[in-house]
Design a protein. Structure first.
Ligand code: I3P
Length: 132
Protein backbone atom coordinates (compact mmCIF):
# COMPACT_ATOMS: atom_id res chain seq x y z
CA UNK A 1 0.00 0.00 0.00
CA UNK A 2 1.60 3.23 -1.20
CA UNK A 3 2.06 6.15 1.18
CA UNK A 4 0.91 9.58 0.16
CA UNK A 5 3.92 11.77 -0.74
CA UNK A 6 3.62 13.96 2.36
CA UNK A 7 4.39 10.94 4.54
CA UNK A 8 7.73 10.43 2.90
CA UNK A 9 9.29 13.49 4.48
CA UNK A 10 12.05 13.02 7.03
CA UNK A 11 9.98 14.22 9.93
CA UNK A 12 10.34 11.31 12.30
CA UNK A 13 9.61 13.09 15.52
CA UNK A 14 6.52 11.76 17.14
CA UNK A 15 4.96 11.75 20.57
CA UNK A 16 1.96 10.19 22.22
CA UNK A 17 0.69 7.78 24.83
CA UNK A 18 1.41 4.10 24.27
CA UNK A 19 1.22 0.98 26.38
CA UNK A 20 4.59 -0.57 26.90
CA UNK A 21 6.40 -3.15 28.95
CA UNK A 22 10.01 -4.17 29.14
CA UNK A 23 10.55 -7.90 28.57
CA UNK A 24 14.33 -8.24 28.62
CA UNK A 25 17.24 -6.34 30.13
CA UNK A 26 20.56 -6.65 28.33
CA UNK A 27 19.87 -10.17 27.12
CA UNK A 28 18.23 -11.34 30.33
CA UNK A 29 14.53 -12.12 30.03
CA UNK A 30 12.39 -10.50 32.70
CA UNK A 31 9.99 -12.83 34.44
CA UNK A 32 7.03 -10.52 34.72
CA UNK A 33 5.40 -8.09 32.37
CA UNK A 34 4.25 -4.81 33.79
CA UNK A 35 2.26 -2.96 31.18
CA UNK A 36 1.82 0.74 31.69
CA UNK A 37 0.57 3.69 29.71
CA UNK A 38 3.47 5.95 29.00
CA UNK A 39 4.13 9.25 27.31
CA UNK A 40 6.45 8.24 24.50
CA UNK A 41 8.68 10.43 22.37
CA UNK A 42 10.59 9.54 19.22
CA UNK A 43 13.26 12.13 18.57
CA UNK A 44 16.74 12.13 17.12
CA UNK A 45 17.00 8.35 16.75
CA UNK A 46 16.03 7.73 20.37
CA UNK A 47 12.74 6.41 21.68
CA UNK A 48 12.00 7.60 25.19
CA UNK A 49 9.32 6.16 27.45
CA UNK A 50 8.41 8.49 30.28
CA UNK A 51 7.09 7.29 33.59
CA UNK A 52 3.79 9.01 33.24
CA UNK A 53 1.06 9.20 30.64
CA UNK A 54 -0.57 12.29 32.10
CA UNK A 55 0.94 14.83 29.82
CA UNK A 56 -0.88 17.52 27.94
CA UNK A 57 -0.80 17.01 24.20
CA UNK A 58 -0.83 20.81 23.99
CA UNK A 59 2.84 20.73 24.89
CA UNK A 60 3.59 18.91 21.67
CA UNK A 61 6.99 17.25 21.83
CA UNK A 62 8.01 19.38 24.77
CA UNK A 63 7.82 17.62 28.06
CA UNK A 64 6.82 19.59 31.16
CA UNK A 65 9.69 19.30 33.65
CA UNK A 66 7.32 17.79 36.18
CA UNK A 67 7.12 14.66 34.04
CA UNK A 68 10.52 14.86 32.51
CA UNK A 69 12.01 11.75 34.06
CA UNK A 70 12.47 9.17 31.33
CA UNK A 71 11.94 5.62 32.52
CA UNK A 72 13.55 3.95 29.53
CA UNK A 73 15.47 5.36 26.60
CA UNK A 74 16.07 3.15 23.60
CA UNK A 75 18.80 4.01 21.14
CA UNK A 76 17.43 3.00 17.74
CA UNK A 77 20.82 2.48 16.14
CA UNK A 78 21.19 -1.27 15.65
CA UNK A 79 17.72 -1.98 17.03
CA UNK A 80 15.14 -4.24 15.38
CA UNK A 81 11.39 -3.87 15.25
CA UNK A 82 8.74 -6.44 14.41
CA UNK A 83 5.14 -7.31 15.13
CA UNK A 84 5.18 -9.46 18.26
CA UNK A 85 4.23 -13.09 17.78
CA UNK A 86 0.95 -14.12 19.42
CA UNK A 87 2.70 -16.02 22.21
CA UNK A 88 4.34 -12.83 23.48
CA UNK A 89 1.08 -11.21 24.51
CA UNK A 90 -2.67 -11.68 24.54
CA UNK A 91 -3.04 -8.06 23.46
CA UNK A 92 -3.67 -6.93 19.92
CA UNK A 93 -1.44 -4.58 17.90
CA UNK A 94 1.80 -5.35 19.76
CA UNK A 95 5.20 -4.34 18.47
CA UNK A 96 8.45 -5.82 19.73
CA UNK A 97 11.50 -3.58 19.85
CA UNK A 98 14.91 -5.08 20.53
CA UNK A 99 17.78 -2.77 21.24
CA UNK A 100 21.35 -3.43 20.22
CA UNK A 101 22.29 -4.14 23.84
CA UNK A 102 19.72 -6.93 24.11
CA UNK A 103 16.91 -5.16 25.89
CA UNK A 104 13.39 -5.84 24.64
CA UNK A 105 10.17 -3.91 24.86
CA UNK A 106 6.61 -4.58 23.83
CA UNK A 107 4.71 -1.55 22.59
CA UNK A 108 0.94 -1.61 22.17
CA UNK A 109 -2.07 0.52 21.30
CA UNK A 110 -5.66 -0.59 20.81
CA UNK A 111 -5.88 1.51 17.68
CA UNK A 112 -4.37 -0.24 14.69
CA UNK A 113 -4.05 3.11 12.90
CA UNK A 114 -2.08 4.64 15.76
CA UNK A 115 0.25 1.68 16.28
CA UNK A 116 0.84 1.57 12.52
CA UNK A 117 2.09 5.16 12.45
CA UNK A 118 4.48 4.32 15.30
CA UNK A 119 5.61 1.20 13.49
CA UNK A 120 6.34 3.23 10.41
CA UNK A 121 8.15 6.01 12.27
CA UNK A 122 10.33 3.72 14.40
CA UNK A 123 11.17 1.44 11.46
CA UNK A 124 12.12 4.46 9.38
CA UNK A 125 14.25 5.80 12.21
CA UNK A 126 16.11 2.49 12.49
CA UNK A 127 16.60 2.34 8.75
CA UNK A 128 17.94 5.87 8.46
CA UNK A 129 20.43 5.32 11.27
CA UNK A 130 21.74 2.17 9.62
CA UNK A 131 22.19 4.04 6.34
CA UNK A 132 24.41 6.73 7.88
C1 I3P B 1 0.31 -10.96 33.58
C2 I3P B 1 -0.46 -9.76 33.09
C3 I3P B 1 0.00 -9.34 31.73
C4 I3P B 1 -0.09 -10.51 30.75
C5 I3P B 1 0.69 -11.70 31.26
C6 I3P B 1 0.22 -12.12 32.62
O1 I3P B 1 -0.20 -11.36 34.82
O2 I3P B 1 -1.83 -10.06 33.02
O3 I3P B 1 -0.79 -8.24 31.26
O4 I3P B 1 0.48 -10.09 29.54
O5 I3P B 1 0.50 -12.75 30.34
O6 I3P B 1 1.02 -13.18 33.10
P1 I3P B 1 0.31 -10.67 36.21
O7 I3P B 1 -0.33 -9.32 36.27
O8 I3P B 1 -0.15 -11.60 37.24
O9 I3P B 1 1.81 -10.56 36.13
P2 I3P B 1 -0.35 -9.64 28.25
O10 I3P B 1 -1.31 -8.60 28.67
O11 I3P B 1 0.70 -9.08 27.32
O12 I3P B 1 -0.98 -10.86 27.68
P3 I3P B 1 1.59 -13.86 29.95
O13 I3P B 1 1.86 -14.65 31.17
O14 I3P B 1 0.94 -14.63 28.85
O15 I3P B 1 2.82 -13.13 29.49
Amino acid sequence: QASPPEEKTKTLDKAGVLHRTKTAEKGKRLRKKHWSASWTVLEGGVLTFFKDSKTSAAGGLRQPSKFSTPEYTVELRGATLSWAPKDKSSRKNVLELRSRDGSEYLIQHDSEAIISTWHKAIAQGIQELSAE
